[in-house]
Design a protein around this ligand. Structure first.
Ligand SMILES: [Zn+2]
Length: 358
């Protein structure tokens, strides 16, 4: 049985849907937005299961888990539930997934299937994952479905931010925001799902995860742990060289492979780690307690001894890190971004004259 408590961490969204369903006013198109790895796709699946469940349940969002519809949803084979996502090797969601290939335009694809009458009597539901990767053509294909939704159809687009969606989509969907998961909940999830075996490890992963399970899981494993130690070793050293550190980070990002999104994700996580280090250094310099594990504590101890600047300088380092992340998302050349970021940071750390922009 899928209980309402399975939607932990997203109680506000549950309320929002429960109100609409109880009043019989469920919208046809939704845009789910929120950070990656907080459970948006899982929520979409559970919502679909609840809508398709054949047995009445105590709560509008609870599914029985036993009826044949529930079992088909769980197996990913329910004829009234369609899930489309961006293929790994494509930069955008291909049109054929939305409206069929050129030989079968509008006779296949998500829009066509959504227009069919429900096979099992309930709803026709489509989940379009990776909505951030809809290009203008793709968004246009969805236009008719969004403007004249087929009866008893529900389309759920899952993206990370409403600003990444084209206005065509944004203005025609009901926006549903998902927040990062609370740290304590993430910690419990990591233990319950078997991703961490001891509470200390779960606590540390939850902290690094910043509300995202996907992000927390990224920090598992010796390769990443080793890199983190190395990065902190550099940043807290008496004098660190941006060229040497650039090579260490470059190699770490390279190990993500060739896929641009995976490389960007790694680069952003490196920037987050550096932000975390400077944030904790600032807390230490201000006399506040450390938030972090032994690895970070050792780096901050060392950093405090070698730090030549004041609190304001650490603040500027944090600001420089925060300004680097959107640059990574802008698809600018990663090698150049890395070089500029580390060059600026090293100048701040060692209080040299700022670079003169030419
Ligand atoms: Zn059921």
């Amino acid at each position: 049985m899928v209980e309402v408590r399975d939607f932990l961490g997203h109680e506000e969204v549950v309320e929002q849907f429960a109100r609409c369903l109880s009043a019989g006013r469920l919208a046809s198109s939704f845009l789910f937005v929120g950070p990656p790895g907080v459970g948006k796709r899982t929520f979409a699946n559970r919502l679909a299961q609840a809508l398709l469940c054949e047995r009445s349940a105590t709560h509008p969002l609870a599914a029985c888990g036993h009826c044949s519809s529930c079992q088909l949803v769980a197996a990913g084979t329910h004829p009234d539930l369609d899930v489309v996502e961006r293929p790994q090797d494509r930069a955008f969601i291909p049109l054929e997934l939305l409206i069929g290939d050129p030989q079968h335009r509008l006779q296949e694809g998500l829009c066509h299937r959504l227009s069919l009458r429900p096979f099992r009597g309930g709803y026709r539901i489509a989940i379009l994952d990776d909505a951030d990767y809809l290009n203008a053509e793709g968004a246009n294909c969805l236009l008719k479905t969004l403007e004249e939704p087929p009866p008893r159809s529900v389309l759920i687009l899952v993206g990370t931010s409403q600003h990444k969606q084209l206005p065509t989509i944004r203005s025609r969907c009901q926006l549903v925001r998902f927040r990062p998961l609370p740290e304590a909940l993430l910690e419990r999830l990591l233990l319950d799902l078997g991703h961490a075996t001891d509470p200390a490890e779960a606590r540390q992963l939850a902290r690094l995860g910043q509300g995202s399970l996907e992000r927390a899981l990224f920090w598992q494993g010796e390769e990443v742990a080793q890199f983190r130690r190395e990065l902190y070793g550099h940043l807290s050293a008496t004098c660190w060289d941006p060229v040497t550190l650039g090579k260490v980070i470059g190699a770490f990002v390279d190990r993500a492979g060739k896929e641009a999104a995976a490389r960007r994700q790694r680069f952003k996580l490196v920037i987050d780690l550096a932000t975390d280090y400077f944030h904790q250094l600032l807390r230490r310099l201000c006399g506040a307690g450390l938030e972090g594990d032994d690895v970070l504590a050792a780096a901050v101890d060392q950093g405090e001894r070698t730090w030549r600047g004041d609190c304001e300088t650490v603040n500027r380092c944090i600001e420089r890190c925060l300004s680097a992340t959107p640059q990574v998302d802008s698809n600018a050349n990663q090698a150049t971004l890395l070089e500029c970021w580390l060059d600026d940071l090293s100048r701040l750390c060692w209080r040299l004259a700022p670079r003169v922009e030419v």
